[in-house]
Design a protein around this ligand. Structure first.
Ligand code: 3YE
Length: 204
């Protein structure tokens, strides 16, 4: 089994994403103390750690502390689940092809921190979530899995986010399963060479 490290900033960690066959979560790191995600991880018997970015002088020093904790725990794949920090180029390069993020929109539409607000403002009728490899430029990495949800006329950011979150909890394990079972290595290498995911559709 591949050893997974999860980075969080809040409550986006549930038991659901843990039903993998090819992977096991060995460490959950939060950059904020006392968040619900940490409590959930502890209840599930997973090691947790708080690394507060405010205790570091620079982004690089914070990222370096993250990296050392992940390596010390023998982590092979990193998942960002509601983690709200932009990662430095150096950190991204160290985990390139081995780090996934879940974003609450159908990328490449509605990048950024307030995706649901942008979706409602644009009036689109379909939204969803995207699990993608983490590249240096935020929300631009190669897409691994997407799931869609309807947007209703009376949706608020809260109701939409709740609907999308349920899909995230399905999409993330699917993406992880692909990556952890090494089915994705070939496609990722092809992506690095060609710059596009021309064959991604064939894999499912
Ligand atoms: N870093 C890189 N590439 C990516 N982090 C995430 C995805 C991703 C990544 O694809 N290089 C909002 C972050 C956006 C923001 O501006 N954060 C601030 C701090 C705000 C806070 O602490 O509340 C910052 O300076 O980092 C994960 C998702 C990032 C979401």
């Amino acid at each position: 089994k591949k050893r997974i490290g999860v980075l969080i900033s809040g409550s986006d960690f549930t038991r659901d994403p843990m039903n993998f066959s090819a992977a096991e979560i060995v460490l959950v790191i939060s950059n904020k103390a006392d968040v619900q995600g940490l409590t959930r991880a502890e209840k599930a018997g997973i090691a947790t750690k708080v690394i507060n970015h405010k205790n570091f002088g620079s982004r690089e020093e914070f990222d370096s502390a993250l990296h050392h904790s992940l390596v010390a725990a023998g982590v092979e794949i990193v998942c960002l689940a509601g983690f709200m920090r932009i990662l430095s180029g150096e950190f991204v390069r160290k985990w390139l092809g081995r780090m996934l993020n879940v974003h609450p929109s159908l990328l490449p539409a509605f990048k950024g921190a307030d995706a649901h607000w942008q979706v409602l403002k644009a009036g689109v009728k379909v939204s969803g979530c995207t699990v993608h490899f983490v590249a240096e430029e935020v929300d631009t990495g190669a897409i691994v899995v997407q799931e869609s949800v309807p947007v209703f006329h009376d949706d608020t950011e809260e109701t939409l986010s709740e609907r999308v979150k349920q899909r995230e909890h399905k999409a993330f394990p699917r993406a992880l399963e692909l990556l952890a079972s090494d089915q994705y290595v070939f496609f990722f290498i092809l992506y690095m060479i060609t710059g596009c995911f021309i064959v991604a559709g064939k894999i499912e």
